[in-house]
Write a protein that binds this ligand. Structure first.
Ligand code: IMP
Ligand code: MG
Length: 176
């Protein structure tokens, strides 16, 4: 059985950082046609807080991909479970993800989104675990860099649980 360990990033710290990121994105996307693409399900809590801090007109779209199944290790196989609703051709796309770990999911997603001919593509991640990277991906906005620990909360799950925690915690389990 798994259990929630110590809090790695508390709610106050998250809200402060999300506000900073919103300010930066607002500055960078002046006069552009911003489409924020949330990667479900992990990105949804972060995306909802982030868009409220972006003081620009924008569109929101959603994609769902699966790479892990119920395990905590990446298989490297990415499946699209839900595609974009709208055409992104000529738009300035910002992909919003919960975490970049091996980078395999994002690597695939960036290629896929580029194939739809947007004007630009950037990536915004709540968390980054750089020590686990297997493929090179450019991440333009990072909330927090974290060590190589499996974390839950603020959108991140373990076997679909804990997404609603307002903070980020380390998950402790015997056979992770
Ligand atoms: P990557 O393809 O290895 O970069 O994995 C990215 C996906 O794995 C993320 O979108 C998360 O859904 C999941 N993931 C990676 N690390 C964690 C973690 O520490 N906690 C929860 N989910 C994670
Ligand atoms: Mg996930």
């Amino acid at each position: 059985m798994e259990q929630i360990g110590k809090i790695l990033i508390d709610e106050e710290k998250i809200m402060k950082r999300v506000a900073e990121m919103g300010t930066e994105i607002t500055r960078d996307y002046q006069g552009k046609e911003l489409v924020v693409i949330c990667i479900l399900r992990g990105g949804v809590i972060f995306m909802s807080d982030l868009v409220k801090q972006i003081k620009l007109p924008l569109y929101m779209d959603f994609m769902a991909v699966s790479s892990y199944g119920m395990s905590t290790k990446s298989s490297g196989i990415v499946r699209i479970l839900k595609d974009l609703n709208e055409d992104i051709e000529g738009k300035d796309v910002l992909i919003v993800e919960d975490i970049v770990d091996t980078g395999l999911t994002l690597h695939y997603l960036v290629d896929y989104i580029k194939s739809r001919n947007p004007r630009s593509v950037k990536v915004c991640c709540f968390l980054d675990k750089p020590s686990r990277r297997k493929v090179d991906v450019e991440v333009d906005y990072v909330g927090f860099e974290i060590p190589d620990k499996f974390v839950v909360g603020y959108g991140l799950d373990y076997a679909q649980k804990y997404r609603n925690l307002p903070y980020v915690s380390v998950l402790e389990e015997e056979d992770l």
